[in-house]
Design a binder for this molecule. Structure first.
Ligand SMILES: [Ca+2]
Length: 605
C-alpha cells in the first residue's frame, strides 16, 4: 500500500457517499492530508490497520491482485478471468490469480470527482461473441457518461472495436452521483444504473435518464416492452425505474428474475431495493422508507442508517446473491445477498426471506464492489488497499475431542452420554443406539431419563457432521447393575427378618405371633440396585423359592419400597406359602423387569 493510495481512500469515500458539499469534501481530504504530513509513524499505523478482514470461522481470504489504483467495479468472465475497472480509465485483467501487465482497454475518461470508468459487464454470449461492455465518463464540456461495447481478442480489446451504445445526458459541474453499474438480466437486456448528478429533481422526472435504472437491448436500442415506452419521449423510453439517487451497484439473482438495487443515501439511509419494472424508489422526495408512507413510492426492502456502528455505514457498495453454480459456503448462505459498506468496511448478509441482515465480514479496507463467483467464492474489491480479494470457505471436517464413556447405572436411574467435537461450525450431532439413529437425540449429550432392562448392554455413539465431513465417536456401553439380595458376609445367607416380629431366621411357617388373617409368615428381605421407577410397585417384582430338591415355589411379593433413611436399600416383603417345606433351607431370588437377583438362603423351622 502506498501513500498515494491512502489519499485515494478519501477521494473514494467521497466518491459515492458525500452529499455534494465541496466544503465537506475538502475538509475530509484535508484531515487526511494533515495526518499524512504529521509523520510517517502515524501513517504507518493507519496503513497497518487496513490489512486482513475479519471473517467468520472457516472462512479465509486471499489477496488475488494488488496495485489496482482506484478501482471502481469488476465483473467475472465466464472463463474465470476478472476484469477490474480503474477510475482513471484502465480496464485491467486478473487471470489465473495474477494481474496482467497490459490493460484490456485504456480509455480516455473524465475521472474528476466520482467520474471515470465505472462499470463493466460481459455479454451473456461472451464465450462466442467476445463482447465486453463498459460504462465511463466521456471528457468534454459538458461531460457525459456512456455505455460502449468492445470486442475482446484474448486479454485485450480489439483496436477500434468500440461500439457506442448509449450516450447519457450531459452532466452539470457536479462530479458526483454517476451510478455506473451495468449488468445483463436473464431477459438478455442490458440494465444500466445512472446517478442523479447531484440533482434530486432529476430522479423524479421522465425527461432525463439521470437518477434511473435503464433497460436497453444489447445493441443499445430500446425494448418495446419497457415500462415507460409510451409515456416517456425519445431516449428516455429506456427508463426502467426511477427515483434513485446513486445506484452505484446492483445485482441479479442467478436463476431468477430478481434484482436488487443498492441506492446510496444522502445523510441518513442506505437502501436495498427490490427491482420491479416501472417502480419509483422515492428519491429526492424520500430517503429510505417514506415517512409518512407514500403509495407512489416503493420503499426499500432493507435500509441501514448512517453511523459508526458495525451495522451502520455511509455508502452501500457491492451486491451479490449467493447462488453460485457450486455452493462452497455453508448451505445457510444460499439465496442470501451480500452487500458492503464503503465507510465502515464491512460485508453483511441480507436474507430476502425475512428482510433482515446479519454480520459477515469486517475490517475491509474501503470495499467498492463484490461478486459471487461460479465456484462459490466471494470476491471483493477494496479501494483502500487497491486490491482484489477472494473469500473462500475452507472449513475442516469434525473430529471427536471427548469420546462418550461407558456407563454403569442401576436400572431405573438416569444416564447421560456426552461427546465433544471440533471442526467448522455449524456442527450437527446424531446419537445412535446399536448403530441406529435415536430420534431427536441431536445435541452434544444424550440422556435416558429412566433406564430400562432393554437398555442393558446397549452401545451408544454419536455421529458428528458439518459441511466438510463427519466423524463417529467410539461406542460407549451402558451396563445396568442387577438388583441383589443382601446376604451375610461371605455367605449366601439372606439378611432376612420376620416381617412381623423382626426376628432373624429361621422362621416358623405358622408363626404364633403372626397376627395376619392368613396366618402366614412374612419375610422381609433387603435388596440393592432395585429402585422402583416412577409408577412401579410390588407388582413389578416377582420372587420364588427353591428347595433342596430344586422344587420351585412362586412367592407372593406384598411390598417393595425404600428403607427409610437408607434409600439405596430396598425392602421386599414376601409371603411364605403353606406348601414350602419346613426344617430346611430354601433359596429365594427376586426378578425385576428381566433382571434376577442372586439366590439368598433362608431357613424355615
Ligand atoms: Ca429510495
Amino acid at each position: 500500500m502506498t501513500r498515494i493510495s491512502k489519499g485515494l481512500i478519501m477521494i473514494r469515500r467521497n466518491f459515492v457517499s458525500d452529499s455534494g458539499s465541496i466544503d465537506h469534501k475538502q475538509k475530509r481530504f484535508g484531515l487526511w492530508a494533515s495526518s499524512i504530513a504529521a509523520g510517517a509513524i502515524l501513517f504507518f499505523a493507519l496503513c497497518s490497520s487496513v490489512t486482513a478482514a475479519t471473517l467468520p470461522a472457516g472462512f479465509s481470504e486471499t489477496q488475488i491482485a494488488g496495485g489496482l489504483s482506484s478501482p471502481t467495479a469488476m465483473d467475472l468472465a465466464p472463463d474465470g478471468r476478472i476484469f477490474v475497472c480503474l477510475q482513471g480509465g484502465q480496464l485491467r485483467v486478473v487471470k489465473n490469480g495474477s494481474l496482467l501487465a497490459a490493460p484490456f482497454l485504456s480509455l480516455t475518461v473524465d475521472s474528476a470527482g466520482e467520474r471515470g470508468l465505472l462499470g463493466v459487464a460481459f455479454d451473456p454470449n461472451f464465450s462466442s461473441n467476445n463482447f465486453v461492455y463498459v460504462y465511463y465518463t466521456v471528457p468534454g464540456d459538458p461531460a457525459h457518461n456512456r455505455v460502449s461495447r468492445f470486442t475482446a481478442n484474448g486479454d485485450v480489446a480489439v483496436a477500434g472495436s468500440e461500439l457506442i451504445l448509449v450516450d447519457l445526458d450531459n452532466l452539470s459541474g457536479a462530479g458526483n452521483h454517476n451510478g455506473g453499474a451495468i449488468h445483463f438480466g436473464p431477459d438478455g437486456k442490458l440494465y444500466i444504473a445512472v446517478g442523479d448528478n447531484a440533482n434530486r429533481a432529476n430522479s423524479q422526472t421522465l425527461s432525463t435518464r439521470l437518477g434511473k435504472v435503464l433497460r436497453v437491448n444489447a445493441d443499445g436500442s430500446i425494448p418495446a416492452d419497457n415500462p415507460f415506452v409510451s409515456t416517456a419521449q425519445g431516449l428516455n423510453r429506456s427508463i426502467w425505474a426511477l427515483g434513485l439517487r446513486n445506484p452505484f451497484t446492483f445485482a441479479f439473482q442467478p436463476g431468477t428474475t430478481r434484482m436488487f438495487i443498492n441506492d446510496v443515501g444522502e445523510s441518513t439511509w442506505e437502501e436495498i431495493n427490490d427491482d420491479i419494472a416501472g417502480s419509483n424508489y422515492g428519491w429526492g422526495i424520500c430517503e429510505g422508507a417514506c415517512s409518512p408512507p407514500n403509495a407512489s413510492f416503493r420503499d426499500p426492502l432493507f435500509q441501514y442508517a448512517h453511523g459508526s456502528t458495525s451495522t451502520q455505514g455511509c455508502a452501500i457498495v457491492g451486491g451479490g446473491f449467493y447462488n453460485p453454480t457450486t455452493v462452497q459456503f455453508p448451505a445457510a448462505y444460499v439465496g442470501k445477498y451480500f452487500f458492503a459498506d464503503l465507510c465502515n468496511g464491512w460485508v453483511r448478509l441480507f436474507d430476502p426471506s425475512n428482510n433482515t441482515a446479519t454480520d459477515f465480514a469486517s475490517g475491509l479496507s474501503s470495499p467498492v464492489d463484490l461478486k459471487v463467483a461460479k465456484d462459490g467464492s466471494l470476491y471483493y474489491l477494496a479501494i483502500g488497499s487497491a486490491a482484489l480479494f477472494r473469500v473462500q470457505f475452507a472449513g475442516t471436517a469434525p473430529g471427536i475431542v471427548t469420546q462418550p464413556a461407558n456407563q454403569t447405572v442401576t436400572q431405573g436411574q438416569p444416564v447421560t452420554f456426552n461427546v465433544s467435537a471440533n471442526g467448522s461450525a455449524p456442527l450437527s450431532f446424531q446419537w445412535q443406539r446399536n448403530q441406529a439413529n435415536i430420534s431427536g437425540a441431536t445435541s452434544t449429550s444424550y440422556t435416558i431419563a429412566a433406564t430400562t432392562a432393554s437398555n442393558d448392554g446397549s452401545k451408544f455413539r454419536c455421529l458428528v457432521t458439518n459441511a466438510f465431513g463427519s466423524a463417529t465417536s467410539n461406542e460407549a456401553t451402558l451396563t445396568l447393575v442387577p438388583p441383589a439380595l443382601a446376604t451375610e458376609d461371605n455367605s449366601d445367607s439372606a439378611i432376612a427378618l420376620n416381617a412381623v416380629t423382626l426376628i432373624r431366621d429361621p422362621f416358623p411357617l405358622a408363626d404364633p405371633y403372626n397376627l395376619s388373617s392368613d396366618n402366614r409368615t412374612r419375610v422381609m428381605l433387603f435388596a440393592t440396585n432395585l429402585i422402583l421407577a416412577s409408577g412401579e410397585d410390588a407388582s413389578f417384582v416377582s420372587a420364588r423359592a427353591e428347595d433342596a430338591q430344586m422344587n420351585i415355589y412362586p412367592l407372593t411379593v406384598e411390598y417393595v419400597g425404600p428403607v427409610p433413611g437408607f434409600n439405596w436399600l430396598t425392602e421386599i416383603v414376601i409371603v411364605l406359602p403353606g406348601n414350602l417345606p419346613s426344617g430346611q433351607s430354601v433359596l429365594i431370588n427376586a426378578t425385576w423387569h428381566t433382571q434376577t437377583t442372586n439366590k439368598a438362603r433362608i431357613r424355615v423351622k
